[in-house]
Every structure is written in structure tokens, then in C-alpha cells.
Design a protein around this ligand. Structure first.
Ligand SMILES: Cc1cc2nc3c(=O)[nH]c(=O)nc-3n(C[C@H](O)[C@H](O)[C@H](O)COP(=O)(O)OP(=O)(O)OC[C@H]3O[C@@H](n4cnc5c(N)ncnc54)[C@H](O)[C@@H]3O)c2cc1C
Length: 388
């Protein structure tokens, strides 16, 4: 087995698979190391928002189980409900085992080498290369792309920089009778109010529902209790079969740097999930591609790659996450303002967030600094920069 590459990508989720695809396509020698046997289950709603589809360099329509052109947002205590529609899918529903494997297979077809059941255990640094100790032996590369998810082993070896802020989330794969499943067809459903600082979702798949609950606080929260209530609310309390899973989502990035010692952090390993929704696939894809492009454009020169990747991330993803954080504070930290804002301007807010998820606008295009949020209280209410 060859154990020396230009670039080793650790992790075969969307971040790693996209980075490997881009590198292999340009002829860079690249290997992907994945600790699981492939294709692997990933705890996730499997909702691929339009913004992620736009960023994806390959066609994955064959693994989309259902396209949702409608999103429904319910506020349970106030009995408020908003629905948005778009001509293209707002969320494309997939199972991550299939979605991730489709991108990885494309990477393999372009020349990436995949080592599955190969867990990276340790990293050591040398002047011109990095050595990875893995469950399948030692491997070396000029650069490592750390795409090993929210609990990244590789990121931990980079030094004392602060870790990401992780929140808990659970996902149940629930088989329900087909007549009940039909009720959910084509709709991505989101429900607030089951727990103080979080939300629940119901995503329709071909033969079952992916139902989840997350809490935006790191404090202990009773996700299982909220899930039991939610299943009852959806009329799925008497499901025929259920698989229960839980994991974490990084809703604030690591303190950085995102590249250090010939290691580039991407996706959840960098902490790049959306702070409003917990959606992480868009920025996983974008950062994976940015890392690959920095390596290619700078011809694997350490200093130039470091500058290029830092510039890319801090110029695009970080400002978007920062602006999203302001909206997240409104949604989760100020429930009274949230209730008021949605009672007055709920449809506009939902249209705006739908546009962001669909990739038509960015959080940066929406005017919601804390100052303008207070202006929501004025009779003119919500305005987007396009409207003013
Ligand atoms: C309950 C839940 C629901 C979610 N729902 C959605 C959703 O509907 N839409 C959305 O966009 N996002 C969702 N997310 C977030 C999304 O799952 C992540 O943001 C996304 O998977 C990040 O992709 P990634 O490639 O960075 O990492 P991952 O997809 O986590 O991939 C990391 C890979 O690295 C491998 N790995 C880990 N450690 C090692 C190691 N030491 N050696 C080798 N391999 C290793 C893992 O096996 C894994 O395959 C959800 C998350 C949770 C927890």
C-alpha cells in the first residue's frame, strides 16, 4: 500500500470528499482516510439546502429521495405558522450514507485513493511533511486536510487554539405507514417551542421520516423528552420502527487559525455550521473546495497556501457565520423579541431565511444588526437591504 501522498484528506464527509475531488481532478496525488466502513451512516437530517446544492461541483440528483419546494415553520406556543414556497427545492432530502458516498465515488473516479476503516490516531510534524499514525499504519503527506468532523482528532493536534462551540442534537429515523408519510410529502417542516432554545424538524424521505431535535445551548437539555412530545404531535407516536442517533453540531467556529503546521481545517472540524439552523453541509462543501483550491493555486507552497486559505475563509465563510450569529441570538436568546418579531413580521423573516438557505441571498444581505432588530419594533418593521 502506497503511504506517501501530496495531500491526505482525513474524513470522507462532504468537506473531505469535495476537497479530494477537486485535488484529484487537477492531478494532485491525494488519499482519503476514513475510519468507518463505507458507505457509512451519518447522524444528520440529510437535508441539503439550495445553498449547498449550488456549491456542489458534481451532480447528486440520483441520491435525492425527495425535493421539498415548501418549508413550514411553526411556533407551537403562539400557534403561529408560516409557509414558504420556491420553484426549485428549498431542501433536497437525502440519506447521508448515499449523499456522501456519491461525492466520494466521484473523487475516486477522478483519481483519489480511498482507505476505509483507517482511523487517524496521531499526527507528527516535520519541516516539509506531516506523518499520520493510523489504524492501518503510518502515512505521510506534504499537507493534511482535516475533514474529520466536529470532534476532529486532527484539529486537536494543532495546538492550543480554542475548540468550537458544540451543541447536542438527536435524529430518529422513523418508519411510518405510507398513508401517514404522504402527509409530509414535499414539505421541510420546522417547529419551535418544544424546548426553550432549540427546534425540531421532520424531513420526509422515500420510505420514512428523519425527525430531529436540537438545542442551541450547551447546557444539559432534555432532547429525548422533547422528541417524545414531537413524535406525538406529528402523529408518529406509534411508529412501526425507529433508529435512534445523537451527535453534536459546531455552531461557532474554532478560534483559528484554520491553517497551521501544514494542516487545513474544513467543515465541522473547523466549526463551520450555520448558527441559525445548525445546517453544516453548505460550508463543509465550500471550505473543502477552498482548501483544495488554495493548495492547487499556490502549488503546495506552505506560506502561500496558508495566506490563500486564511484569506478565503475570513473573506467569505467567517463574515457569514458572524452575521448569522446575530439572527441566532434573536431566535434563541430573546424569546420575547422573537415572539413579537414573528407575530409582526413572521412571513418576511421566513422568506428572508428561505432565500438564504436557497442560496439567493446571504445573511450579510439582510439587515439585522442588533440596532436594526430594535427597529423591528417600529411600525415600518423588517426591511432587507434589497428592499431599502
Ligand atoms: C442530528 C443532526 C442533524 C443534522 N442535520 C443536518 C441537515 O439536515 N443538513 C445539514 O446541512 N447539516 C446537518 N447537520 C450538520 C451536518 O451533519 C454536518 O455539518 C456535516 O456533516 C459536516 O460535514 P463534514 O464533512 O465536515 O464532517 P462529517 O460529515 O462529520 O464527516 C467527518 C468524517 O470523518 C470521519 N472521521 C472522524 N474521525 C476520524 C479519524 N480519526 N480518522 C479517519 N476518519 C475520521 C467520520 O467517520 C466521518 O465520515 C446535522 C447534524 C446533526 C448532529
Amino acid at each position: 500500500m502506497n503511504s506517501t501522498y501530496d495531500v491526505i484528506v482525513v474524513g470522507s464527509g462532504p468537506a473531505g470528499a469535495c476537497a479530494a475531488w477537486r485535488l484529484a481532478k487537477t492531478g494532485v496525488s491525494v488519499a482519503v482516510l476514513e475510519k468507518a466502513a463505507l458507505p457509512r451512516y451519518k447522524t444528520c437530517g440529510g437535508g441539503i439546502v439550495g445553498r449547498a446544492v449550488q456549491a456542489l461541483p458534481i451532480d447528486v440528483r440520483h441520491v435525492v429521495e425527495q425535493g421539498c419546494h415548501t418549508a413550514q415553520l411553526n411556533f407551537l406556543p403562539g400557534r403561529l405558522s408560516f409557509t414558504t414556497h420556491r420553484p426549485t427545492s428549498i431542501v433536497s432530502m437525502t440519506m447521508r450514507s448515499q449523499f456522501d458516498f456519491a461525492i466520494l465515488s466521484a473523487a475516486q473516479e477522478t483519481g483519489a485513493i480511498v482507505h476505509q476503516r483507517c482511523a487517524v490516531e496521531n499526527v507528527s510534524f516535520h519541516d516539509d511533511f506531516v506523518t499520520l499514525s493510523t489504524s492501518s499504519g503510518s502515512m505521510r503527506a506534504k499537507f493534511v486536510v482535516a475533514a474529520d468532523g466536529a470532534l476532529s482528532t486532527v484539529a486537536r493536534t494543532m495546538g492550543p487554539a480554542g475548540g468550537p462551540v458544540l451543541i447536542p442534537a438527536i435524529e430518529y429515523e422513523v418508519t411510518v405507514p405510507h398513508d401517514r408519510l404522504d402527509k409530509f410529502h414535499g414539505i421541510a417542516r420546522f417547529d419551535f417551542g418544544l424546548l426553550p432554545q432549540g427546534y425540531a424538524w421532520a424531513f420526509p424521505k422515500q420510505h420514512h421520516l428523519s425527525i430531529g431535535v436540537l438545542s442551541m445551548t450547551q447546557r444539559e437539555s432534555d432532547l429525548k423528552r422533547a422528541m417524545a412530545q414531537y413524535l406525538d404531535l406529528l402523529g408518529c407516536g406509534f411508529f412501526t420502527q425507529v433508529e435512534r442517533h445523537g451527535f453534536v453540531i459546531p455552531i461557532r467556529p474554532r478560534r483559528g487559525p484554520f491553517i497551521n503546521k501544514r494542516i487545513l481545517l474544513v467543515g465541522d472540524a473547523a466549526g463551520f455550521a450555520d448558527p441559525v439552523t445548525g445546517e453544516g453541509i453548505s460550508f463543509a462543501i465550500q471550505s473543502g473546495l477552498m482548501a483544495a483550491e488554495s493548495l492547487i493555486d499556490m502549488q503546495l507552497d506552505e506560506e502561500s497556501v496558508r495566506n490563500a486559505y486564511s484569506r478565503s475563509v475570513t473573506g467569505t465563510i467567517i463574515p457569514e457565520l458572524r452575521r448569522g450569529r446575530v439572527l441566532a441570538r434573536l431566535l434563541y436568546d430573546f424569546p420575547r423579541i422573537r415572539s413579537w418579531a414573528f407575530a409582526q413580521h413572521g412571513q418576511r423573516l421566513c422568506e428572508a431565511v428561505t432565500d438564504v438557505m436557497a442560496g439567493k441571498r446571504r445573511y450579510r444581505d439582510l439587515r439585522f444588526t442588533l440596532r436594526t432588530l430594535l427597529r423591528l419594533l417600529s411600525p415600518n418593521g423588517w426591511r432587507t437591504s434589497e428592499e431599502t
